[in-house]
Ligand binder design. Structure first.
Ligand SMILES: CSC[C@H]1O[C@@H](n2cnc3c(O)ncnc32)[C@H](O)[C@@H]1O
Ligand SMILES: [Zn+2]
Length: 427
């Protein structure tokens, strides 16, 4: 099917957030075939009138645990360590595949409705997450979350099998990474096994790094170096790496991230809620680190709303730096689009609207009071837009939501089953 979006404001997010007014986007065979003014001679199976609409690249949630939507509002206002080890992890021991499937479906509904077209996930029972991605039409980078406890060789084998089963599947919408949870939950010998396995398979690594002050202090006490230096010395950064958080960094850490081209997923909402502080986003970007944006799981956020993360990135860094020019609107939007695509290794395919790229596109309704007067649509996205402004979502050239109606998911069924699963877990 080909699709023509006409008469729209098109934000390509190529150099300097280019905005083209009264433009069209032509989509064929899942790809963008044309962007620009003249659409008179084009024939399309489907025409979308873009009057009063903003067409932009889909948002990319570069770090999350989507099945954790089942734990939303279950353990709040707690410090990071007791939150994770005393409340969340004991509940995760009771998880079965069915829970992860419905929790994932619930989150995919939430993400599509809020304009997310790709996400990077790390969790348990990842076959269920892959099934949910396959069925719903969204795009994802998936990794089995691993710690060093239990049978390590079995875990390595399962990660290999997962890669063989799912990498490149769902019409190429699924990619697979290795997911060692964090340096504090993966001893060096286990990290070596993961690194060797990932190198053999050609996998990237998705890991939590330097999230809390305690993690960094413990690392210095145990090894005399930071978590970043520790995994660097183990050779982890020789592989393409997506490092979630990177909040507490020294200048030397940032130099390593630059040198090894490590992608960072900044999660400002989760870092605020868990009291973990503020990442040095501007310092990293200025030095050349690719910093993307993520929500983390819904137990620490408590939603998957990337518009909130864009807004937080544009606000908190100004306060942190005492400088209102820190992370301007266009930079925050870029973190959630092109930088996210880079972080997932997908920058040749998605992240901007360009001819030849895959058609991962969202359409926002601009005819809402909070968009008027329409001086600057990029500023609107960072400071005024709401997730509920997302009206239509296209992934791989397929419409997943049209005029607020989800096309691939029975939303009532998903909410019913997710609620049932959550209640069976939290009795
Ligand atoms: C091994 S699967 C993923 C694992 O990560 C836990 N998790 C969720 N949020 C965070 C976070 O902010 N820091 C560290 N770990 C986190 C999740 O509960 C799973 O156990
Ligand atoms: Zn996380």
């Amino acid at each position: 099917m080909n699709i023509l979006i006409k008469n729209a404001s098109v934000l390509t997010m190529t150099d300097h957030a280019e905005l083209i007014n009264n433009a069209s986007v032509f989509i064929e065979d899942g790809k963008i075939k044309g962007i620009g003014g003249n659409s008179e001679n084009l024939k399309a199976d489907k025409i979308i009138d873009g009057t009063n609409k903003l067409v932009m690249p889909g948002l990319i949630n570069s770090h999350t645990h989507i099945a954790m939507s089942l734990f939303r509002n279950y353990a709040d206002d707690l410090p990071f360590w007791p939150w994770l080890t005393e409340r969340i992890m004991p509940l995760e021991e009771k998880l079965i595949p069915e829970h992860v499937y419905w929790g994932s479906m619930l989150s995919i509904v939430e993400m599509i409705k809020s304009g997310v077209t790709s996400f990077a996930d790390m969790y348990f029972f990842m076959d269920e997450v892959a099934k949910a991605v396959d069925e719903t039409g969204i795009r994802a980078s998936l990794s089995i979350g691993m710690s060093d406890s239990g049978d390590q060789d079995l875990k390595i084998n399962n990660a290999k099998k997962y890669y063989d089963s799912w990498h490149g599947k769902a019409d190429g919408r699924i990619t697979v990474m290795a997911g060692p949870h964090a340096p504090y939950s993966c001893e060096p010998s286990f990290l070596h096994k993961v690194i060797n396995m990932a190198a053999e398979k050609g996998m990237g690594i998705h890991i939590h790094l330097s999230e809390s002050k305690k993690e960094v202090e413990d690392s210095y006490n145990l090894r005399g170096k930071s978590p970043i230096k520790h995994v660097h010395d183990l050779g982890l950064f020789e592989l393409p790496t997506l490092a979630a958080h990177c909040v507490h960094l020294s200048d030397e850490d940032i130099a390593i991230l630059v040198d090894k081209k490590v992608n960072v997923a900044n999660n400002p909402g989760s870092n605020l809620k868990l009291g973990n502080g503020f990442a040095r986003v501007e310092d990293m970007l200025k030095k050349g680190v690719n910093v993307a944006l993520g929500t983390d799981g819904s137990a620490s956020n408590n939603n998957l709303n990337m518009f909130e993360e864009i807004n937080l990135a544009a606000l908190v860094n100004k306060a942190l730096k005492g400088d209102t020019t820190s992370i301007p609107a266009a930079t925050a939007v870029k973190m959630a689009t092109l930088n996210g695509a880079k972080a997932l290794g997908l920058e040749k395919e998605v992240g901007t609207l360009e001819v030849g790229k895959k058609a991962d596109i969202v359409i926002l309704d601009l005819n809402k009071p909070h968009f008027y007067p329409r001086y600057n649509l990029v500023a609107s996205l960072a400071y005024s837009a709401q997730a509920s402004d997302v009206e239509t979502v296209i992934v791989d050239g397929k419409i997943l939501m049209e005029n607020y109606e989800l096309k691939t998911i029975d939303v009532e069924k998903v909410m019913y089953n997710a609620e049932k699963c959550a209640k069976s877990l939290i009795k």
